[in-house]
Design a binder for this molecule. Structure first.
Ligand code: CA
Length: 313
């Protein structure tokens, strides 16, 4: 380095407070044999989105927002500064072929799960189309799959009309034989956000549905516990899929499909916290944040907080 007295590298913080650790400092790039408390992988794909989406920028934004949080939890009086987030980086997507992108997500998820670098893995989308590929890969490693999906939408659209879009991931899993409808639990489904045909498809296939009315009438812990009880004896592993548009538009301006009547961030956080304490919940994805639509990274910041909270699992 030079001998300049008052010049710092561009982008570096003005000073480092000796007593403060930021959650972003816990990010540790993966090297062979590395072990951590959780692992993250970016799946920056948003070309299959039905509406315009820059969700491919979300993994970077969510990592950046880890700078917004310290490692100290006042209420629990715990400091997670000694925890390690293994960062596998981002999957390189094909520039034009969506099928090839989905194949790369499948292959990469399979590879990172094989490393057993951490007991809990978080995949950062991307739009919701990524979930078919990640679930397929994890099922191959861990066995029969159960899914708890936090979402305003069923995501059970037909594929004839638009192909493997972000409206289809759970239908594709069911139709391709990777997931039984009875092993899918959808929480936060919202009025006037879905077609009747897809609600009927969910019911016919044995999918469990909790609407926003259910969330308003019951504590979220109660709903998550009943979801876990329903799944735990039937499946080998449980995947938590968090579509951020389950949140009300007031809290999630960065989601392409925003709407009123959704969940608040504390309820979402409580839902995730409750679910990930179950030993069979080993994987989570966070999808559908478009940082180019977001306001002051409000939506990405909530996603980052979900990651920080998962470190006290
Ligand atoms: Ca969705």
């Amino acid at each position: 380095m030079s001998n300049f007295q008052h010049i710092k590298p561009a982008g570096k913080a003005q000073f480092k407070d000796r007593y403060t650790t930021k959650a972003a400092e816990l990010l540790t790039p993966y090297t062979d044999g590395a072990k951590g408390d959780i692992a993250i992988l970016g799946a920056p794909l948003s070309k299959p989105s039905i509406s315009h989406s820059g969700a491919s920028f979300a993994p970077d934004a969510i990592r950046r927002c880890l700078n917004s949080f310290t490692t100290y939890n006042i209420e629990e009086d715990t400091d997670i500064s000694g925890k390690i987030i293994i960062d596998f980086g981002d999957i390189a997507m094909h520039p034009t072929s969506i099928e090839e992108c989905h194949q790369r997500i499948y292959q990469s998820t399979k590879e990172i799960v094989q490393t057993e670098a951490a007991p809990f893995t978080i995949i950062l989308g991307g739009d919701h189309s990524i979930t078919t590929s990640t679930v397929k890969a994890i099922k191959e490693k861990k066995g029969t799959m159960g899914i708890i999906q936090l979402d305003a939408h069923h995501d059970l659209r037909n594929t004839e009309d638009g192909g493997p879009t972000n409206g289809t991931p759970f239908r594709r899993l069911i139709e391709e034989g990777h997931l039984k409808g009875e092993h899918l639990i959808q929480i936060g489904i919202r009025n006037y956000a879905n077609a009747k045909a897809y609600h009927d498809y969910a019911i016919e296939n044995g999918v469990t549905i909790y609407t926003m009315k259910d969330i308003k009438q019951h504590p979220i812990q109660e709903l998550i516990h009943s979801a876990l009880t329903r799944l735990e004896g039937k499946v080998d592993t449980i995947y938590l899929s968090v579509d951020m548009d389950v949140l009300d538009q007031a809290y999630a301006p960065g989601c392409p499909a925003i709407g009123p009547g959704g969940m608040d961030p504390d309820t979402l956080s409580e839902a995730v916290q409750t679910a990930i304490h179950h030993p069979k919940v080993q994987t989570m994805d966070i999808v559908e944040i478009d940082p180019t639509l977001d306001i002051r990274d409000m939506t990405s910041r909530i996603a980052s907080l979900l990651i920080v909270n998962s470190l006290i699992k």
